[in-house]
Design a protein around this ligand. Structure first.
Ligand SMILES: [Zn+2]
Length: 188
């Protein structure tokens, strides 16, 4: 077993990540640190403030944010009219920001939070890390975020009124960025 000294690459103070943490905020200097196979390294996190929100809000939750497009290839339903199909085609007709929650949470909540942001495409203001910001640790890797995104897209489509039976789609995605967003308590 290889023991890695987990020290903050910015201030060299010890880090104390939990087992599954892949990105943590240093408890001393609050730099964002990725815990990789080769040890800790600083990672760029974009702080995204919702319209009308105050930067003092806490805590900030990590999201992997992809720019990309969901390309529907086959969508089969068991009835319910054409409105579901039309809504689906309209929603996915253009590239959008695709948000995947990255903190420790249930699949159900990840689907709720992710599908809401992906459908609403809220306006965010990218800000410097606010003075008092507390970042919740991220446990979802970019690779797992891609898989989780498939489940979020499925949840969006399954909740339409036309009884989804089968869905085939392709995700055309760029590399994700890690964002921190102070989602409200009823959104997590
Ligand atoms: Zn530090």
């Amino acid at each position: 077993m290889k023991l890695i000294a987990l020290r903050c690459p910015v201030c060299t103070q010890p880090l104390a990540p939990e087992n599954d943490d892949i990105v943590v905020a240093c408890g001393h200097c609050r730099a964002e640190v990725a815990i990789g196979q080769d040890g800790p390294s600083q990672i760029n996190v974009r702080y995204a403030l919702p319209a009308g929100a105050r930067p003092e809000m806490n805590p900030w939750y990590p999201f992997w944010v992809f720019s990309g497009q969901v390309q529907l290839q086959h969508r089969e339903t068991q009835g319910g009219g054409r409105s579901g199909q039309k809504e689906a085609e309209a929603l996915w007709s253009a590239p959008r920001r695709l948000y995947v929650p990255a903190w420790e949470l249930s699949m159900h909540t990840a689907q709720d939070v992710g599908s809401r942001l992906i459908q609403q495409q809220p306006q965010f203001q990218l800000v410097e890390r606010p003075e008092q910001a507390q970042l919740v640790s991220a446990v979802v890797t970019p690779g797992d975020a891609r898989k989780l995104l498939e489940f979020i897209v499925l949840a969006v489509e399954a909740r339409r009124s036309d009884w989804l039976k089968d869905l085939v789609f392709h995700l055309a995605l760029g590399e994700p960025e890690l964002w921190a967003i102070p989602v409200k308590s009823n959104e997590r």
